[in-house]
Design a protein around this ligand. Structure first.
Ligand code: KG4
Ligand code: ZN
Length: 336
């Protein structure tokens, strides 16, 4: 089945076509709204929705033309139904549902985090079930035991800020641009790791939950107490990045030990962080486990992961009715 995937949950308009019979991504296209939101220091929901309205249909046309795919070739449509910004989600859901009606094909609303979770399946070699997934995005930080497709058990999650959110807020405190993750990573590369040391939150007690909100207070008090020059900024960025990476690695090790799983899958925007990838690869090697990453552009939001996750469900016979909904809050525990 050839499935058109549509992602509009936040500030990227992403589209892709995945062919389940060939297990092949036929094409993907992405339009990022970063320039629109950067001047406000974060995503402005209403501006995000309006821009998805402007960009989505032309982007679908471009995707089909560039990859010589005809509307007739599309056999199903998958759109992100949540979680995310409600206005932004409704744009993708309405356009996805309308195209499905016009083209007389089934459509399905996909859980955004299930998309992230399965993104590594688009790579070769793809992970096989069961595996442990570390989902680290702007809105979520979760360790998920994946027994099979649709069988997800959340083993731990952030009790406050998500890892990506911590990157974004810390970047703002240090006067860096939006999104914060890439900005901090770039600066941290010039930082001295031995100048500052920040705590590894919640690693001293048992359990697999995370807490990242305290780190930004450490960053703020350290930054205010120092001579505010470029080197100090880089040293703080480095100490912050080290604290987040170390914390994620400690919890991944614990979860692999607890579950006995031998495959670790990384997903979500923070998964694009090169130093995190190196650290988790070293951890997996030490534990004789394998680690799987999507290519960096499929770590952040994209249409390919939605096309893939939707195709699996459509092929299994699932679909949504003509009336559609979007769910700004939606737990993966509710999926089947
Ligand atoms: O998965 P994603 O694109 O959107 C959500 O579903 O939230 O993740 C976006 C998050 C942002 O917080 C961004 O700062 C972070 O991923 N991010 C990074 C890097 N690239 C993106 N964090 C750390 N290092 C990076 N290289
Ligand atoms: Zn995402």
């Amino acid at each position: 089945m050839r499935v058109l995937g549509i992602e509009t949950s936040c500030d990227e308009t992403g589209v892709a076509v995945y062919d389940s019979e060939q297990d092949l991504l036929l094409g993907h296209a992405l339009y990022s709204q970063i320039d629109i939101h950067a001047q406000y220091g974060g995503v402005v929901p209403e501006l995000a929705s309006r821009d998805h309205v402007r960009k989505l249909v032309p982007l679908i046309k471009q995707l089909l033309t560039e990859n010589q795919i005809k509307p007739n070739d599309i056999e199903g449509i998958a759109y992100t139904a949540g979680p995310g910004l409600i206005g932004a989600l409704l744009v993708g859901a309405a356009i996805g549902r309308s195209l499905a009606w016009a083209w007389q094909v089934p459509a399905i609303g996909v859980h955004h985090m299930e998309g992230h979770l399965l993104a590594a399946m688009l790579e070769k070699p793809a992970p096989t079930f069961p595996f442990l997934a570390l989902l680290v995005s702007g809105g979520h930080t979760q360790l998920v035991q994946v027994a099979a497709r649709g069988k997800y058990t959340i083993l731990g999650e952030s009790v406050d800020d998500a890892a990506g959110e911590a990157f974004d807020k810390t970047a703002k405190l240090l006067g860096l641009g939006y999104p914060g993750g890439p900005a901090i990573a770039q600066l941290a590369a010039h930082g001295n790791p031995d100048v500052f040391h920040f705590p590894r939150p919640m690693t001293q007690r048992p359990g697999l939950d995370f807490s990242f909100s305290g780190l930004k207070t450490c960053v703020l008090t350290t930054w205010q107490a120092q001579a505010q020059n470029e080197q100090t900024r880089a040293d703080i960025a480095r100490a912050f990045e080290d604290a987040v990476i170390d914390t994620l690695a400690i919890k991944c090790r614990r979860a692999l030990q607890q579950t006995g799983l031998k495959r670790l899958v990384i997903a979500g925007g923070v998964g694009a962080n090169q130093r995190l990838r190196i650290r988790l690869t070293q951890l997996a090697n030490k534990m004789e486990a394998s680690v799987y990453y999507p290519r960096p552009i499929f770590c952040t939001d994209n249409g390919a992961m939605i096309a893939y996750a939707g195709a699996l469900r459509l092929v299994a016979g699932q679909s949504d009715p003509l009336s559609f909904s979007a769910y700004p809050r939606w737990s993966m525990n509710e999926l089947s």
